[in-house]
Design a protein around this ligand. Structure first.
Ligand code: I3S
Length: 128
């Protein structure tokens, strides 16, 4: 589709649509707001854009920027406990600056690939 073509000329390492919510920001709990989110892993950054498919708010084209970016350096990933979410296949991502996100997909293989990619990225950039 169009947006796949649009982002393919950027040096992205991995991208796709995931369900994402922030749960903590700068160490403070924030209200969950699960949203289907176009997600791009690019170097040691994870970029998010809400409204994937709307034609206006996804990035990769010329119109818009990532809605939210996290620096994975110094962060951690683990499988979220049942207390964190009732959903299946939930990754808990913590950043060095105290932002915590939950990242989920209904598709096992998809979320497993993301878990691996995020872990590898964090390990690769551990000493930066
Ligand atoms: O951790 P919580 O508070 O049980 O999270 C649920 C709520 O955010 C709920 O929304 P409101 O209570 O704001 O209406 C969401 O609809 C649920 O998806 C959240 O829980 P899950 O278990 O899906 O992460």
């Amino acid at each position: 589709s169009t947006y796949v073509l649009d982002i393919s000329d950027k040096p992205s390492e991995k991208c796709g649509v995931l369900n994402v919510t922030k749960i903590t920001e700068h160490g403070k709990k924030v209200r969950k707001n699960w949203a289907s989110t176009w997600t791009v892993l690019q170097g040691s950054s994870l970029l998010f854009a809400k409204g994937q498919g709307s034609g206006t708010s996804w990035f990769g084209g010329n119109q818009s920027k990532p809605e939210f970016t996290v620096d994975l350096r110094g962060g951690s990933v683990e499988w979220a406990s049942k207390e964190k979410s009732s959903k299946k296949h939930v990754i808990e991502l913590k950043t060095r600056v105290g932002t915590e996100l939950l990242i989920q997909s209904e598709i096992d293989s998809v979320i497993s690939d993301w878990f691996r990619a995020l872990s590898e990225t964090i390990n690769t950039h551990a000493w930066e």
